[in-house]
Write a protein that binds this ligand. Sequence first.
Ligand SMILES: NC(=O)c1ccc[n+]([C@@H]2O[C@H](COP(=O)([O-])OP(=O)(O)OC[C@H]3O[C@@H](n4cnc5c(N)ncnc54)[C@H](OP(=O)(O)O)[C@@H]3O)[C@@H](O)[C@H]2O)c1
Length: 273
Amino acid sequence: MSEIPKYAVMGNPVSHSKSPLIHSLFAEQCGIELEYRAIHVNEGSFEAAVRQFRVIGGKGLNITVPFKLEAWQLADRRSKRAELAGAVNTLKFLDSGKIYGENTDGQGMLQDIVVNLGKAVKQAKVLVVGAGGAVRGVLGPLLEAEPAIVHIANRTAAKAHELAAVFSGFGPCTASGLGDIRSAAYDIVINGTAASLQGNVPDLPGSIFADGALAYDMMYGSEPTTFLVWADNAGAAHCSDGLGMLVEQAAESFVVWHGVRPQTEAVIQQLRQ
Ligand SMILES: NC(=O)c1ccc[n+]([C@@H]2O[C@H](COP(=O)([O-])OP(=O)(O)OC[C@H]3O[C@@H](n4cnc5c(N)ncnc54)[C@H](OP(=O)(O)O)[C@@H]3O)[C@@H](O)[C@H]2O)c1
């Protein structure tokens, strides 16, 4: 009897992760038999945990905070997106014994904004707030979608400038501190900071939203995030959290492992309930 292929998400903390539920719903929908669980890994033990998972029949892993950089280092081969992102959220164990690394966060966010929310990125003026791992992961796919401009604004301005220097070769990309945002009107404002986690809002001018603008928070929760409450009051026409991004990045990981893209709409609705 052949063993059920094993998949998992590794992180710390990870018990809150919705990935096991998302991947089991995808698997059921596609008629693929698999086992998917969340594995808590202590800092300093990531590489050993990955090797151990492979020994027991693991086929692939999702990687979340704080191990995306270590996953990037561990991968023998990486996609162009992962290479640019400097972080990996999906590992696939190849039959050759090598490990392939991909980053699906940016593609997941684009799919959610363009397809699920119906907001065009092409020719849009986009403000990205934050300059941490999540923002670095989405800038490549965002610039591939040919916006008019991507402006990166971060509390620590130097980090925003570093990212703009890396990504300006891929499309129009500028940077500043939060208080120095020049252009008044953006079509899409993406909060990629960890501020909502602490119930805070980045210190932004209230005049950043163009008519019909979308405010998008990569964070999600059962209630609107503090950023989305602020954006609604500041005049954003549409507000969305990052739950759709979570499901769409998972769907992209599913493609990497199984070669088939599951339907996401029903899964997003199920998670919202
Ligand atoms: N939906 C999804 O699928 C998905 C996927 C990935 C990440 N995320 C979310 O994205 C967010 C960022 O994650 P990350 O991995 O990029 O974190 P990170 O690498 O730790 O970066 C944190 C960023 O937030 C900024 N920041 C933190 N507190 C702030 C505050 N009070 N005011 C203004 N800026 C603040 C930091 O600015 P400084 O540089 O000045 O410190 C930095 O730019 C998290 O909420 C995470 O849950 C969602």
